[in-house]
Structures are given as C-alpha cells and as structure tokens.
Ligand binder design. Sequence first.
Ligand SMILES: *[C@@H]1O[C@H](CO)[C@@H](O)[C@H](O)[C@H]1NC(C)=O
Ligand SMILES: *[C@@H]1O[C@H](CO)[C@@H](O)[C@H](O)[C@H]1NC(C)=O
Ligand SMILES: *[C@@H]1O[C@H](CO)[C@@H](O)[C@H](O)[C@H]1NC(C)=O
Ligand SMILES: *[C@@H]1O[C@H](CO)[C@@H](O)[C@H](O)[C@H]1NC(C)=O
Ligand SMILES: *[C@@H]1O[C@H](CO)[C@@H](O)[C@H](O)[C@H]1NC(C)=O
Ligand SMILES: *[C@@H]1O[C@H](CO)[C@@H](O)[C@H](O)[C@H]1NC(C)=O
Ligand SMILES: *[C@@H]1O[C@H](CO)[C@@H](O)[C@H](O)[C@H]1NC(C)=O
Ligand SMILES: *[C@@H]1O[C@H](CO)[C@@H](O)[C@H](O)[C@H]1NC(C)=O
Length: 594
Amino acid sequence: MLFLLLFTHLLLALVGASSDALLSALQTTDDDCSSCLALLGAFQTVSLGSVDAFVAEFTSLCIGLGAADPDVCTGLIAREGPILAHDLNSINTTAGQTAERLCDALLGMCVSKAVNPFTVPLLKPAPKNPTVFSSRGRPTFRVVHLSDVHIDRFYTVGSEANCTKSICCRDFDDSPAVPTVPAGPNGNSHCDSTVNLADSMLAEVERLNPTFTIFTGDVVEGATWIVDQTEVTNDLAAFNAELAAKLTGPIFPSLGNHDSAPVNAFARTTTNTANNSQFVYDTQSAGWEQFIGPGPAAQVDHISGSYVAQVPGMKLRIIAVNTQLWYKQNFWLYDSDTPQPDPNGIIAFLAEALQATEDAGERAWVIGHIPLGKEDTLPDQSNYYDQVLQRYKNTIAGQFFGHSHKDQFEIAYSNYSEQIAANAVGVGLIGPALTPTSGNPAFKVYDIDPDTFEVMDSSVFFTNISDPSFQISPTWGRFYSARETYGPLVGLQPHEPLSPAFWHNLTDVFMTNDTAFQMFNTFLSRAGDVTPCAGDCVNTTICDMRAFRSENNCDVPATGFSLRRRAVSGGAHDSDECEGVGLAHILSQMVSSV
Ligand SMILES: *[C@@H]1O[C@H](CO)[C@@H](O)[C@H](O)[C@H]1NC(C)=O
Ligand SMILES: *[C@@H]1O[C@H](CO)[C@@H](O)[C@H](O)[C@H]1NC(C)=O
Ligand SMILES: *[C@@H]1O[C@H](CO)[C@@H](O)[C@H](O)[C@H]1NC(C)=O
Ligand SMILES: *[C@@H]1O[C@H](CO)[C@@H](O)[C@H](O)[C@H]1NC(C)=O
Ligand SMILES: *[C@@H]1O[C@H](CO)[C@@H](O)[C@H](O)[C@H]1NC(C)=O
Ligand SMILES: *[C@@H]1O[C@H](CO)[C@@H](O)[C@H](O)[C@H]1NC(C)=O
Ligand SMILES: *[C@@H]1O[C@H](CO)[C@@H](O)[C@H](O)[C@H]1NC(C)=O
Ligand SMILES: *[C@@H]1O[C@H](CO)[C@@H](O)[C@H](O)[C@H]1NC(C)=O
C-alpha cells in the first residue's frame, strides 16, 4: 500500500495533477459494470475538455503504469485515442447500451450477448421450389484460400527477434545494439511474415495451378502503434502487385481489420463523413480492378470495400463483405446511443447480391475476414447476417473467413436450440495464416464440385519454421486432408461433400473421441506452438464450432483483471492475437496494473 501511494505520487508528479481523476478512476475500477461506466465517465470529462488533453493524459498514464512499451503507448493512443474521444463525446456514459458495449469491447465488462431485435429487410420470400444443385460426379476443380499474410516490409534480418512488443525483427528505436536472438532470413515466430516467405507461398500456389484463389484479408503487419495511412496504402498496393505478378489465375480478395489505419478503424459513413476510411476503399478499388473487373471494383469504392463478382465461366458468384463494420474492436461503431443495425449497408448489400444470384439460378460463396461466431463479432450484426444466411441457405454454397489465424470451422443451424446434423444449414471455413506468429505458415486448398460449387475436400498446405531448411528456403507440402483424416471418423461416403452436416457430425466425434479432438487441436496451428486443450477447453472449443452466431458461442471475454490468466488459458477461442495490440489491450493492462 505504501508502495502504491509512493508510486501514485511519483506518477502524478510525472503526468500532472489533472490526471489525478483518471488515475483514481482506474484505481477504483472494480470487476463490475458500474465501475467501468464510471471510468468511461472520468475519461469523458477529459475528452469533453480537449481531445489533445485526453490523448496526452491517457498516454502519460499508459507509460507511467508500464501498460506497454512507451513507444507503443504513444503511437497507439495518438492513433486510436481521438476515435475513443469522439465516442465519449457522442454518447451518454451514465446510462445506455452503447457505453456498456464500449466497456465490453475495452475491458470485457458489462458483457452481454443479448441481441437488439431487428428483422433484416429481404427482397423476396424463399421460393417454394428452390433450385436443386446436384453433383454429376464430374472431376473437382481446385481453389486456394489465402489469409492473414501480415507481411512486414520493415523486417530486418539480424535484428532482435526476442522483444517485448507484439512483433519483433525490426530495427525499432529502442532495439539493443547486439541482438540476443538475431532474426533469420525467412522469418521467426515472434515476427510477421518476410517478403521472402510470402513469395515462396505464392510460388507454391502457382505450382498448384488453382482455378482461382480467394484471399480473406489482413495484408498489413502488426506493429499497430506505428502503422499509418501511408504504410497501409503502400502495403496494400505492394501485395496487390505481388499477387498480380505471381499468380496467373483469377483472384478474389477481401479486406481485413489490419488493412486500415488506425488498425480496426472503419468508420460509419453516416456519422463520419470526414473519417470514412475511403483511402482503403480507393486503394483496393484501384488495386483489385485487375482481379475482379471494373463493376465490382466500383462497388469496392462505394460499398465500403464489399463487392460481388462472377467467377469467369461459372455459375458461381463471389460476394466479398467488409466484416469490420461488425467488429467489436472497431471503435468507430460506438458513437451513437441509437443502435445502428446495418453500418454502411453491408448486410443489405449481401442480401441483395444473394437475391440476384438466386434469381439467376446460380450459387454464391461469401468471403470475408472475421468469422461471425466468435466473441469479437458484435452479437447484433452476427444475428442479422445469420437471418440472411437462413433465407439464402440454398444459394450459399460456401463461406470463407480468416482472422483467427487458425484452421477452424463454425456451423450455422436452423434452430440453435437443437444442434443436430439435420439442422446444420451452413458452415464457415476459416483459413489459417501465413504469418508465423500463430503456428506454422499455411494456406488451404479446396477441391470443388463443378456443379454444386460445394467443398469436396479441404487440405492444409504448410511450411515448417522449425525445420533447419526453412531459413535457407521454405519448402511447402500438404499437411493433411480433411476428407482423408476426418471422413472415416464420420462415415463420409465418396460422393458426399464436406457439408454442414458433415462438420456437425465431426463435432459429435470430437465430443467422444479425444484422440480425434487432439488431432484437431494440433491442426489448429499446423502443429507449431500447440496450445494444450483439455477439460473445459474441449467443451468450449466444441461449443464454438457450433456457433455461427456470436450469441451462441461459449467464449467468456477476459476482463482487465484476468488478462494475465488469459495468457495461459489458450485454446481455440483466444482472439487476442488477431486484434493485435490495440486500445483494449493497453486499457486492460492499465486497469490490471493499478
Ligand atoms: C476526422 O477527420 C477530421 C478531418 O480530416 C480530422 O480533423 C479529425 O481529427 C478526424 N477525427 C478523428 C477522430 O480521427
Ligand atoms: C444520460 O442518461 C441519464 C439516464 O437516462 C440521464 O439522466 C442523463 O441526463 C443523461 N445524460 C446526458 C448528458 O444526456
Ligand atoms: C527472451 O527474452 C526474455 C527476457 O526478455 C528471456 O527471459 C528469454 O530467455 C529470452 N529468450 C531467448 C530465446 O533468448
Ligand atoms: C427449436 O428446438 C427446440 C428444442 O428442441 C424446440 O423446443 C423448438 O420448438 C424448436 N424451434 C423451432 C422453430 O422448431
Ligand atoms: C517441423 O520440424 C521440426 C524440426 O525438424 C520437427 O521436429 C517437427 O516434427 C516438424 N513438424 C512437422 C509438423 O512436420
Ligand atoms: C450425420 O449423422 C447423422 C446421424 O448419425 C446421419 O444420419 C447423417 O447421415 C450424417 N451425415 C453426414 C453428412 O455424415
Ligand atoms: C478416434 O480417433 C482416432 C484418430 O482419428 C482414430 O484412430 C480412432 O479409430 C477413433 N476411435 C473411435 C472409437 O472411433
Ligand atoms: C462438457 O459438457 C458436457 C455436457 O454438454 C458435460 O456432460 C461434461 O461434463 C462437460 N465436460 C467438461 C470437461 O466440462
């Protein structure tokens, strides 16, 4: 206690007396909702006075409390602090749902999975006799699914690979002169991808000669406290150029939460005309036109990065959605006390694109970055997306996401109270990451039926960063095939696709066969840096496989007080690494350190 008092005095001497109120609000923040609202109120008092003062005081406290490296505190709060100030200056922190949801996003307090009832407007009722898409047993075609490349163009060979920041292997201002662990030529598990690694993956993809490639987002590296609009623009353009130069087949890309500056920030156009993230949409509209054509590229510009494109020569359309408008860590979403059911109209766009696909007698794949079922998707928008899925389940032949960096899947049910194979109406397949920060670098390869556009097999390709040959030249190979590995466990017949019912039956196997579950757990990270999962973790993980809506998962968001415990809890439901170090991370550290 004496220490705490001395410490407090020292800190106040450092940051000035005006931070007194903020510090005491942090100190009195308890593990309950009302004290979080009080903390927001104290921050609001400062932000209403001046946004600059808010940034300055927040930064001093972050540094003084050792919540993160000083340069991380300074850079992150300079970038994201003004957005939080904008929120606080726009909402009622004493009462109201938006303040509570902000507490949920920032500190894991006031958590609620309750959904604001909203019926998504649909253009037409479901047809009485929906088109039947049946396989004629023709040979499959191949599709590659890339995700979360996180290429660090400032990666420096020989720099410190063991640092206290979220990514290392760079010449940071405070890097030691003599590194303890020098960064190798091709990558390190504490660092985002090297250009070499990305090039070697694209060469392997080209060797596989896919009919087309999908990319589910996150081009930009994880040094979130340094990344600015210039770097994002350059990174996006550079990766577009590499895709164009190295892959000959069609490419259908989508946007990730790191593909903006500041990280996760995609503003609502209705309330933030000056801060509408248009630079991202402009960059990708121009960069993607060569892949998706002029019509869809124009949509990217006008529908916040979303588009619908025809796959050449096929009755298949790719609908790319900007899932960041549904993302809990997008702090632009908290600036109104009135619920905003469909920020930037992405859900309406999805429903319209699916109606047009149905009218044409074709099928669609939905691609996007953040899968809908985890606790980091807002329960409202996750539920509204699910309404669209229920209506167009016959048209949607596949849904593909990334973000978690893990090899996962999430099942949608027509009745979430009765999770059985017969009720499984959709599945989201989640691609693993290239970045070595979450296991071995990997991508997925699908075998697709040319009549139904359903997935017949899903294989993971990977390169082993622990193998001595990796630093000389990464070699890629097939890790496993879902059909070969899981098919026999559920009695999958040769003509059957990897349907939602198949994935459901696999979760039943995981419930009773721990050997099979542990295999899945090893596959999550491609056998690199495996997090043990037993007991409650198994139940939570299986529960999450059965949740395409975030209201149905079993995740318990960590509060500021339990973040340290969260670090060891692990499992498939840890979303910390895909958020990167953001406001939520540092505010939680601040609360837990006072
Ligand atoms: C929004 O944009 C305006 C005009 O460019 C800028 O002055 C302001 O700082 C921005 N707000 C935030 C929160 O970034
Ligand atoms: C916030 O909401 C409370 C409860 O409805 C109300 O008493 C208070 O006046 C509101 N504050 C502001 C600034 O509108
Ligand atoms: C990395 O640094 C930490 C201290 O910051 C140290 O405990 C650890 O042993 C180092 N790891 C290696 C491989 O040098
Ligand atoms: C959903 O399942 C529950 C539990 O089996 C059942 O009580 C309920 O009637 C079902 N709802 C519908 C709409 O079928
Ligand atoms: C990766 O390489 C290491 C070192 O050679 C080896 O121990 C490990 O089994 C390999 N992992 C896989 C999945 O092949
Ligand atoms: C799933 O399991 C159910 C019940 O055992 C079975 O009827 C169904 O054929 C299975 N479906 C698939 C695709 O494996
Ligand atoms: C459990 O899974 C393992 C690994 O796939 C498999 O070898 C074994 O046959 C399964 N056991 C049963 C009882 O199905
Ligand atoms: C997992 O959940 C089932 C019921 O769904 C329960 O019977 C079992 O005890 C749970 N296991 C653990 C380890 O919590």
